[in-house]
Design a protein around this ligand. Structure first.
Ligand SMILES: O=C[C@H](O)COP(=O)(O)O
Length: 337
């Protein structure tokens, strides 16, 4: 029987900011690696695939409901640019969209006050530009780190990269795990690495990118999720967006259920971030519905759910515009998002 050491979740209530929904500042405290729990983890691939396949068909939200869900989705987007040709100018445009993701006339027509995206997500070198462009807001800056996307630079450098991004002003750090630790079943090494990354983050929140498209099996996805949560990940995230397979519904179901089991056994809420290839409004609704059905309404807040997406916002804007005006605008009108 596993000896259960209960980790702590530290929480601080933050007041409403006028731009962001009121959220609780959570930090997930690490617990010791529990190998008995880990060994008991299973993943029934055919049942998971059947459930995932049924999801999109079951949701057909219309009109006002759909608009409300899409606005919720906007507040949960980590608006992302992660390209080799990123410039300060591009990041400034991204941040302008993060500050005002939906045109004020559309928001008025929908009866909504101003909203922002959940965060912006950039490479380390772009943090200063993002800081300048987001001054006066509470929009968090997430930086990808630890040799993103492969995570194969020396450990000392990966840890230093985290520290530098936190010093530069990132309040959320998206680390990539070493896939080789999962593929070789070296759970202790994965745990130790994740603990070191979390330590280096200090007060910044840490999201563990599993790169699920490279983990070989859904059981490995479930086990890697659990190890990262035990080691203190505030969020678990599917993908870098650079793997050949990124966020999928079966993988999401496995990770979400790992979060649920972790919560049921420890009382600690860990967030979820599907990322990579999510670009359609209807897919965003499917993900939100999945969160609601599997984890409940609490996980529909930006402190527990984010989309990692570079182009999703554009499609959501088009759908909202259609809802308000009856017409679809051309995609080029929403080029930045
Ligand atoms: O974490 C975010 C992803 O890199 C974004 O991927 P995407 O460009 O396919 O939306």
């Amino acid at each position: 029987m596993a000896t259960q050491t209960t980790p702590r979740e530290s929480t601080t209530e933050t007041g409403a900011t006028g731009h962001l929904p009121q959220v609780t500042e959570r930090r997930v405290e690490p617990m010791p690696l529990d190998m008995d729990w880990l060994r008991s983890v299973q993943a029934n691939t055919s049942a998971i695939e059947r459930r995932a396949a049924a999801l999109p068909a079951r949701r057909s939200l219309k009109k006002a409901h759909q608009a409300a869900w899409l606005l919720r989705a906007v507040t949960c987007i980590d608006l992302t640019t992660l390209s080799g040709d990123d410039t300060a100018r591009r990041v400034e445009r991204l941040c302008a969209k993060a500050r005002q993701p939906i045109a004020p006339d559309l928001l008025d027509a929908l009866g909504m006050a101003s909203i922002t995206t959940g965060a912006v997500c950039v490479y380390h070198e772009m943090i200063p530009a993002a800081r300048r462009a987001l001054e006066g807001t509470n929009i968090p800056i997430a930086a990808v780190s630890t040799g993103f996307p492969a995570g194969l630079s020396p450990l000392e450098l990966r840890i230093r990269e985290i520290e530098m991004s936190v010093e530069a002003g990132a309040t959320e750090i998206d680390i990539v795990i070493s896939r080789r630790h999962v593929l070789s079943g070296d759970w202790q090494a994965l745990y130790d690495e994740m603990r070191a990354f979390r330590e280096a983050c200090g007060e910044a929140h840490v999201k563990a990118i599993l790169a699920t498209g490279e983990l070989g099996s859904l059981r490995n996805v479930a086990r890697a999720s659990l190890v990262c949560m035990m080691a203190g990940a505030d969020f678990i995230k599917t993908s870098t967006g650079k793997e050949s397979v990124n966020a999928t519904l079966p993988v999401s179901l496995v990770m979400i259920r790992a979060i649920r089991e972790y919560y049921e056994r420890t009382g600690v809420r860990v967030g979820y971030k599907p990322a990579g290839g999510i670009s359609k409004a209807k897919d965003a609704i499917t993900y939100l519905a999945l969160m609601k059905e599997e984890l409940g309404d609490r996980w529909l807040q930006p402190d527990l759910f984010r989309f990692g997406a570079s182009s999703l916002l554009g499609d959501i804007e088009r759908q909202l515009e259609h809802h308000v005006t009856g017409n679809y605008s051309a995609a080029y009108r929403h080029a930045t998002s």
